[in-house]
Design a protein around this ligand. Structure first.
Ligand code: NAP
Length: 284
């Protein structure tokens, strides 16, 4: 029940109307008996400063940030945590000890989901990341800080892959290299992660690499969560590979944000169920 004691949490993005976060977060808040409500705000870049000032004045506990504000939000905060600084993007703002700090929970969310679903020993894995955009930076950061010895970044635009590989090698002990043609590396990889948007609804029949490159004994992970099982994951399954879908990352990045704000256990299963129901409702 909303009362005069109910506090605010939310999401700033443009657009924001497609977001499934309010359903997932409010279900979790209710289950946690936490006196907060989570709202999505469609905020254009032109009014980001005023929106942030408003949330601060209204004593919001924190908020999520999505496209296109993940970098520009930094100038309105008191500090940026290491994860967000190295990834170059903030997706969660937390108010603590009188300060507004930017965090990035995408990398942690990916890792938590991967560990839960695959129980992989990352210290021994050869990894290929397909793509070199914002999601690749978060996944690369998470895998490198988790101790993966070698990461190959394969991207259609080679110089973006080069920049990410150089950054990863500089800040961690992970060997990171960039390539555009990744056939041999994919065949030899233990873990292949698609961070490109290829395969996303409505172009659901597309795959970022041919299925023939995949085989039994590999884990194939796809950040795309709509559809839940992409054409890449379906092909990987037919080849006998283990698959890991993007829905878990979406749930865990949200769960990690809730933990940062409220410092309480979060109902992960409920959040997953709400998200799955909401996404399947999309296709009707
Ligand atoms: P982004 O910064 O725009 O990067 C997109 C990447 O995809 C780039 O590397 C781009 O290559 C590549 N790409 C796009 N179209 C391609 C094509 N037709 N062929 C080959 N490569 C292509 O986007 P992002 O924020 O990283 O997001 C990427 C995907 O991850 C989206 O589908 C997003 O929904 C998903 N995602 C999921 C989660 C989750 O929680 N599960 C979280 C974040 C993102 P170029 O550099 O050559 O353009």
């Amino acid at each position: 029940m909303i009362t005069s004691q109910t506090g605010g949490l939310g999401l700033l993005g443009h657009p924001a109307g497609h977001s499934k976060s309010p359903e997932m977060m409010n279900a979790a808040l209710q289950m946690m008996d936490a006196p907060y409500v989570y709202l999505a705000f469609d905020v254009t870049p032109a009014v980001l400063k005023q929106a942030v000032e408003g949330l601060k004045a209204l004593k919001f506990k924190g908020w999520n940030v999505t496209i296109p504000h993940k970098t520009s939000i930094m100038e309105y905060l008191d500090g940026v945590a290491e994860s967000a600084r190295e990834i170059g993007a903030v997706n969660t703002v937390v108010y603590q000890d009188g300060k507004w700090t930017g965090h990035n929970t995408d990398g942690t969310g990916y890792l938590r989901s991967l560990k839960e679903e695959t129980s992989l020993d990352l210290s021994k894995q050869r990894v290929v990341i397909l793509g070199a955009g914002g999601a690749a930076r978060a996944v690369g950061y998470a895998l490198a800080t988790a101790g993966v010895p070698k990461v190959t970044i394969a991207n259609r635009t080679l110089d973006k892959a080069d920049r990410l590989a150089e950054h990863l090698s500089r800040w961690t002990s992970t060997e990171a290299i960039a390539i555009s043609d990744c056939q041999d590396e994919v065949r030899e990889a233990d873990l292949v992660v698609n961070t490109t948007s290829v395969g996303m609804f409505p172009r659901i029949n597309e795959t970022p690499i041919p299925a023939d490159w995949l085989h039994h004994g590999q884990i194939v992970s796809d950040l795309v969560y709509n559809p839940r099982e992409t054409a890449l994951l379906q092909a990987a399954k037919l080849k006998g590979a283990q698959i890991h879908c993007g829905l878990g990352m979406l749930v865990y990045q949200a769960a990690t944000a809730l933990e940062l704000w409220l410092d309480k256990p979060v109902p992960i299963q409920l959040m997953k169920q709400v998200l799955e129901a909401s996404l399947s409702g999309n296709k009707k």
